[in-house]
Design a protein around this ligand. Structure first.
Ligand code: SF4
Length: 384
């Protein structure tokens, strides 16, 4: 925790200014599936989540959230506006915090400026005593910043966050925090260090996005949190793990274990050459997942690629068409899931789309090809 950040109020919870680091998670269900989302809230509550985030992308989602809020008046709720900033005024009365992604503001109302859209969200937050999180994500950074910093995704992310903070300051709104996330622990460390140096007053929400399956997802998160929290950077955390919905409480228990270890000076040693080996990135899944087979697919990808473990390759497995195409661009091979088919990419190039039954075989062919291209000699297990 940082003593330098200002305190912000998220419903009954306070973060920043030396408050205990809050541990949060997000519902991975379709918000309109009331039974599944209620179960997810209960799983996260039982695990001791300080904040539970729920995604909304439509007025129907907001109606579902209204019913859920009536059923669960106590938890501190955060809402993820995804691409629809226009929902802010109707969703703000139901929640304690609004998260928006600066990289998603350009989708709607193209005639309005980014500043006007931010003002719209700020007005909704002010009127309902909500906090705001400016949630910047390296994989979906605002296209303007991408073109300003074409070869430097960390600078694009940090500058976008700083500019949105300036807008909030100029609008006289102080109840906000910031997150700067990436699937690479190194970029999370660099981005958050740079941001915190520039804006030591702004509370930070830490997370490695798409960290993937345990145990690798936990290791990546640990690397980032140990480096940042031990330097006094970070006021709230989320551990993003690819887990079946019923196990999502692990995001909270793992988060608390990491915090306890850091506070007691127990740093987990990172396995030697961890970042030199096969790296599977997988998103933690959310309400946007269109086929429940996604988590199983991520698990199968890891199992199938075990034979290639010693090769420095990145394979990204993403749950949806919204963030999947962009967030797989930097991986050697990327998969993003649609309702019935899985799209396979090599870097930014799309190779094709395959059924859930076909995709693993196709992926294996591509892994073998890349190992040949990148490392020359075929792996002993190629073709096995
Ligand atoms: S990639 Fe899609 S499904 Fe996965 S967490 Fe991101 S928005 Fe949700």
């Amino acid at each position: 925790m940082s003593d330098k950040t200002r305190k912000i109020k998220i419903g009954s919870l306070t973060i920043g200014g030396g408050s205990p680091i809050a541990v949060q998670s997000m519902s991975a269900t379709q918000t309109q599936d009331l039974e599944a989302t209620a179960q997810q809230i209960e799983v996260l509550q039982a695990a001791g989540a300080d904040v539970i985030r729920i995604a909304v992308d439509s007025e129907q989602d907001v109606e579902a959230l209204r019913i859920l809020r009536a059923k669960y008046p106590d938890p501190v709720f955060s809402v993820d506006l995804q691409e629809n900033f226009k929902l802010a005024p109707i969703v703000a009365p139901l929640v304690d915090k609004i998260r928006y992604n600066p990289g998603h503001l350009y989708h709607l109302d193209k005639d309005k400026t980014i500043r006007e859209k931010v003002q719209f969200i700020v007005d909704a937050a002010k009127a309902n005593d909500c906090a705001i999180r400016i949630g910047v994500n390296c994989g979906s950074v605002d296209p303007d910043y991408k073109s300003r910093f074409p070869d430097d995704s960390v600078s694009a992310m940090v500058q976008s966050a700083l500019d949105h903070c300036t807008m909030m300051d100029e609008m006289g709104f102080v109840n906000y925090c910031v997150s700067l996330k990436d699937s690479s622990a190194e970029k999370v460390i660099e981005g958050n260090k740079r941001f915190s140096q520039a804006r030591p007053d702004v509370p930070l929400h830490l997370g490695v996005t798409e960290a993937g399956l345990p145990p690798e997802g936990i290791i990546k998160t640990c690397i980032a949190f140990e480096q940042l929290i031990s330097q006094g950077i970070g006021d709230t955390i989320r551990v993003s793990l690819t887990l079946p919905n019923e196990d999502k409480g692990q995001e909270i228990t793992v988060g608390r274990e990491i915090l306890k270890d850091i506070s007691e000076g127990r740093f987990r040693s990172v396995p030697e050459n961890f970042s030199e080996k096969l790296n599977i990135i997988a998103c933690p899944s959310c309400s946007r997942v269109e086929n429940d087979k996604f988590v199983e697919l991520a698990q199968d990808v890891r199992k199938m690629t075990e034979y290639a473990e010693r090769h420095k390759l990145t394979i990204a497995v993403m749950g949806c068409r919204v963030n999947g195409p962009g967030e797989t661009d930097e991986a050697d091979l990327g998969l993003w899931c649609g309702p019935t088919r899985v799209n396979l990419k090599k870097g930014t190039e799309t190779l094709g789309s395959y059924s859930y039954d076909e995709i693993l075989g196709q992926l294996k062919k591509e892994v073998d090809l890349i190992i040949n291209e990148k490392f020359g000699a075929p792996d002993s297990a190629i073709g096995a």
